[in-house]
Write a protein that binds this ligand. Sequence first.
Ligand code: NDP
Length: 503
Amino acid sequence: MTSREARKDGGMQSYKMLIGGERLDAEGGATFETENPFSGAPWALVPRAGVADVDKAVAAARTAFNNPDWRKISASARGALLHRLGDLIAREAERLAQIETRDNGKLITEMRGQLKYIPQWYYYFGGLADKIEGRVIPIDKPGMFNFTREEPLGVVAAITPWNSPLMLATWKLAPALAAGNTIVWKPSEFSSASALELAPLFEEAGFPPGVVNILTGFGADIGERLVSHPDVAKVAFTGGDRTGQSVYELAARSIKPVTLELGGKSANIVFGDALIDNAVKGTISGIFAATGQTCIAGSRALVHRSIHDEFVDKLVSLGKTARMGDPALDTTQVGPITTRPQRAKVLDYIGIAKNEGAQCVLGGAAATRPECGNGWFVEPTIFTGVKADMRIAQEEVFGPVLSVITFDDADEAVAIANGTQYGLAAGVWTQNIGTALTMSERLEAGTIWVNTYRAVSYMSPFGGYKRSGIGRESGLNAIREYLQEKSVWIDMIGEVANPFVQR
Ligand code: NDP
């Protein structure tokens, strides 16, 4: 049953999971409501999977992994399936964008941009599928032939968060499928609808049943079983660092490889010679775009003392102009917080910053503007006078809250920027090429932007230093995260060597 055929229960849309090519309810029929962050009202019922459903989905993925319809097709044919999927997502882009805006509260303008771009990951990794090559090793043992094969791992558990549900799943699915793995994808309980809307497209693209399975429900119910299942070969996780740590610990018990994309406390560093108006716009986009709910949020602005006052005045003036409201309107610039608990967490951090003595120069409260209705909004918020060791400058808020910290020279900027447990990204604003290059070397982060912020591409590696994660997504090498190398030895002479001595 496709989503468009989905029945309506008392006005609520009702979804089913995708397991082994079938659209299924959870065992026992449990469901949960998913809510619209702008209206605050539930709008759809989603299956709440249990451990039995995990076992079913992993078994379907394992069967599909051994199915010759998937395992034995040519690499080019596998690439063509990914290409077709990209085309179908492009065809359905507007519908998927509308669903995400309703379920997640992301701006429709941002979703249209993301949906336009997501197919590129399937085209890029689809193109790589038939360029996965082994090597012939010029081996040092006479009469021996040695070559390598690059093989898929098996069943990959893809666990994704709510903040950019389709994009972050794509970063896992595209390389994992291109490498020949099969997938059990568990989206966040707060953003399952878009995943389930995508389900029929895998079938239409021609993927055999069970190659992609979508399991919805609560991490607390099914996360442990999924991560530790003996038939899951790898876990690819994006989410908070505490959950990531427990996923890592659990995966270690069964010696599974993991990719972890975790949180951040990224610094936007503005030097005295920066083009101030550009730096102000970049800083605003780093923290208020996506309502600050991005792992790469530039949540600390490190500003050189010589330009601090001018910079803050301009920042506040621009921040004040942010149009809040219905994320489905083209004109809205800051939408709601995606989940009720997240809104409470953001407001808590605003309280913590005030108690720590930071000065609130913009926002600093829940948004009560009429255009915000009953939605879960927080005013775009800026704190000045923040010290580098305050909690507001150390911990990830994941909301529209910026901390401004002053610095006097590059050494101090580097020490402050690197002085957190995270290392996902950093921005540098300067007109001096030497400063730009030196900073890009000294900053401990997986992505450095100079005179820009928030640029990502399917071609460029993305991932974290330190507690921001393990492994890389996107870019050529990302496919290696989903492959294992096998070494094959052939004796060309046929002489049996002394069995008691290693060759
Ligand atoms: P969580 O860590 O709470 O959840 C991420 C995913 O893990 C969800 O699908 C969640 O399911 C699932 N999960 C929860 N508990 C377990 C468990 N015990 N075992 C296995 N899976 C589990 O993150 P959020 O969804 O709250 O997303 C926000 C976080 O993600 C932020 O902290 C942000 O920094 C980070 N993030 C990092 C990115 C990066 O690339 N570095 C990108 C985007 C976000 P459920 O929803 O049902 O609890």
